[in-house]
Design a protein around this ligand. Structure first.
Ligand code: GLY
Length: 359
């Protein structure tokens, strides 16, 4: 892999042309924090999240409050079909959301999975973290907890998402999300390919956001509507501490977007942070986990003709000293470059992702 040629793909972003873009180049560890600036890193759909997070960090906000407020903006946006309100539903047409948060200074965590009818699951996860002795609440229990905490119950399925889901349903075929007995080494296809064939959007969705304040305290969050058209009850990596999100206040934060099953099976977020603890810079820490995932992907239907994973997956890392990185499998997907969002304490921009494969 060539670090100087890290390239990437544009996430589906509104007004992408107006967002500053940065060339990929090696980081200078410690430089940003040494200048006393808070820093925030997010997935490509998180430019507004990092702006909000840094605005709040500058005002002295706790890092976890800052990043949750950042992702709340995207959760509440009906145009982002991968997160919160407007997210694509499960195979029954129900929007089920997952999220988790982690607070560096206290090493506390909170999460909700398969929560329905609550627009901001990241804020509910924050309540689980702060107001209970538990880490993870699921389904109806999570919803009732949210209502008790004052969250409003509302329909999260937008007309746009409902019409897309209906079209998907009208075209059901054997390439659904269920594996036949012999499909462990069976044909490629599955949901992603079917959605692509129908010209429908398909997401593993998700926004991850981490932030570090000028004292080096870290907060991190991941939130998602999960895999589009998923089997009801399916839980991805986003609400699982150590998978879609992890932070250690002595080291940094790691998070992911993309195929949650691969992240769960690799403890991806935890690996990112451990790699940094072992001396890797944030970009290298992310790339190593992608390589680990690639080395452990055995199902033929998840590999392309070159034996590389054929699904999308990205990792993001923010180190305690303010160095950051993001990486994905390949340089381009469907002709698009890939980016992650950064606020370096001065300005917000999209940064090219590092990648494992040229094509
Ligand atoms: N990474 C989001 C999901 O797989 O649900």
């Amino acid at each position: 892999m060539n670090r100087r040629s890290f390239l990437t793909t544009a996430a589906a972003l509104p007004a992408i042309a107006s967002i500053p873009m940065a060339e990929a180049k090696p980081h200078e560890p410690g430089r940003l924090l040494a200048q006393g600036r808070p820093i925030s890193v997010s997935s490509g759909n998180g430019i507004r999240a990092v702006e909000k997070a840094v605005e709040l960090l500058r005002q002295g906000s706790d890092p976890l409050d800052a990043v949750v407020a950042g992702v709340n903006i995207v959760e509440s946006d009906p145009e982002d079909m991968s997160v919160g309100y407007g997210g694509l539903p499960n195979e029954r047409g129900v929007v089920q959301l997952d999220s988790c948060v982690m607070h560096g200074p206290t090493h506390k965590a909170g999460a909700v999975a398969c929560i329905e009818n609550i627009m901001n699951p990241a804020s509910v996860a924050l309540k689980v973290c702060r107001r209970t002795d538990h880490v993870l609440l699921v389904g109806e229990g999570a919803k009732q907890f949210a209502i008790a905490q004052g969250f409003k119950e509302e329909d999260l399925l937008t007309e746009k998402a409902r019409k897309i889901w209906l079209r998907w349903k009208e075209n059901l075929n054997p390439n659904d999300d269920w594996l036949n007995e012999d499909q462990i080494i069976g044909d490629a296809g599955k949901l992603e390919a079917r959605a692509e064939a129908l010209g429908l959007p398909f997401h593993y969705g998700t926004i991850h956001c981490s932030g570090v304040d000028a004292e080096g305290n870290i907060g991190s969050v991941t939130t998602t509507s999960g895999l589009s058209y998923k089997i009801p009850g399916r839980v991805g990596d986003s609400p699982l501490i150590g998978a879609g999100n992890f932070c250690d206040n002595a080291v940094g934060a790691g998070g992911s977007t993309g195929r949650g099953e691969a992240v769960i099976q690799s403890c991806g977020g935890f690996q990112v942070v451990q790699n940094m603890a072992n001396g890797d810079d944030p970009t290298e820490a992310c790339l190593k986990v992608l390589k680990w995932v690639a080395d452990h992907t055995r199902r033929h239907d998840l590999l392309n003709s070159k034996g590389q994973p054929n699904f999308s997956l990205r990792f993001y890392a923010l180190r305690k000293d303010g160095a950051y990185g993001g990486a994905c499998f390949r340089k381009n997907a469907n002709g698009n470059k890939k980016y992650f969002a950064v606020h370096d304490g001065e300005k917000a921009y999209l940064h090219e992702c590092a990648y494992l494969y040229d094509d």
